[in-house]
Ligand binder design. Structure first.
Ligand SMILES: NC(=O)c1ccc[n+]([C@@H]2O[C@H](COP(=O)([O-])OP(=O)(O)OC[C@H]3O[C@@H](n4cnc5c(N)ncnc54)[C@H](O)[C@@H]3O)[C@@H](O)[C@H]2O)c1
Length: 316
């Protein structure tokens, strides 16, 4: 039986503990299990985060193991090595696939029936790995994908245009990484096409602005890692947003990574697309229209990922 009041987090480093902190404040759950190979780390984070709960909503937060997570509604996986300065997300692949070979079978063994939310990088490859290793229906394995990148895009566009980023409708799709792309052709601000809105705000050099902003978004993680060695607050809020969409069955459209089954001619690959997310996980992908260049870029992104997937041994 799934306990809708329980969440578990595997990996209590920067990303796992920040996500736990954000979830504690959300009021979405009343029980949270923290799991890490470094048991002291999990215990320390559980204590520290618990001490904030009296200022939010009461919550039981403790370090546990996979048996404790068996009936969780969501398991968030943030375990694994993080990027070092200069390292790409794809460089991490073998290290983190091996870590997944120890984590995912344990989740499978306890008979987990909830939603598996993958955050560790390279997130698209690891989402694919989790689908293959967990035996869960593919709709219940979700990668955080380009949810964070799309938030960065909205933030940058909001600042550029002097408008609330929540009124900006724009997506980054494709790989969460170097080959990701911004879907400029359908971007809009509350229904007003992006270029019209830009001109209303006195910006006319669309090509240069789009290139600058897309580069800024793509390189945000590198810049943050160079300056403070890790990124975690933005992703923690993305995890909270995803858990909210799932637990409240919002059917919110978020650019998560999930298994493609022929959309845009892509299959047997996990990659980010705007997707309806609800209590059952991935409900369906939303076929946003792409112009010819965007479609070609998406295919380039998918083949970069496919090349990596083809080189990895996913057998546990
Ligand atoms: N998807 C995104 O948008 C996004 C954003 C930021 C970071 N990340 C990724 O999140 C991951 C974690 O980053 P971080 O900065 O928290 O790293 P970190 O090194 O601070 O934490 C990783 C944690 O995983 C634990 N761990 C390692 N192997 C484990 C295992 N087998 N079982 C359980 N726990 C294990 C470690 O003990 C450590 O506490 C990285 O892969 C990073 O690239 C993803």
């Amino acid at each position: 039986m799934v306990n809708d009041r329980k969440v578990a987090i595997v990996g209590c480093g920067f990303v796992g503990s920040s996500s736990a902190f954000a979830l504690m404040q959300s009021g979405l759950f009343s029980e949270m299990v923290l799991i890490d190979v470094d048991r002291d780390r999990a215990e320390g984070e559980a204590l520290d985060i618990s001490h904030g709960a009296p200022f939010a909503s009461p919550m039981k937060i403790y370090a546990g193991d996979y048996k404790d997570a068996a009936d969780a509604a969501i398991i968030v996986v943030t375990a694994g090595a993080a990027q070092k300065p200069g390292e790409t997300r794809l460089d991490l692949v073998n290290k983190n696939v091996n870590i997944f070979k120890s984590i995912i079978p344990q989740i499978r063994e306890v008979g987990f029936e909830g939603i598996l939310l993958i955050v560790s990088n390279p997130v698209d490859v690891l989402t694919y790995a989790a689908i293959k290793m967990s035996g869960l229906p593919e709709s219940r394995v979700i990668g955080s994908g380009t949810v964070l990148d799309s938030a960065r895009l909205k933030d940058a566009l909001g600042a550029h245009l002097g408008v609330d980023p929540r009124n900006v409708h724009a997506y980054i799709i494709g790989e969460h990484g170097d080959s990701e792309l911004a879907v400029w052709s359908s971007a809009n601000v509350s229904g007003v096409p992006l270029h019209d809105f830009c001109e209303m705000r006195g910006h006319f050099d669309h090509e240069a602005s789009e290139k600058r902003i897309a580069d800024e978004v793509k390189n945000a993680a590198y810049e943050i890692i160079n300056k403070k060695h890790a990124t975690y607050y933005g992703i923690a809020m993305s995890v909270k947003r995803l858990c909210t969409a799932i637990m409240r069955d919002e059917k919110h459209i978020l650019p998560v990574s999930s298994l493609m089954v022929g959309e845009y001619g892509l299959e047997d690959i996990a990659i980010s697309m705007p997707t309806i997310v609800g209590r059952n996980g991935v409900e369906c992908r939303v076929p946003v229209s792409l112009d010819e260049d965007e479609l070609a870029e998406l295919h380039r992104s998918a083949s970069a990922l496919k090349d990596v997937i083809d080189q990895v041994d996913f057998n546990a």
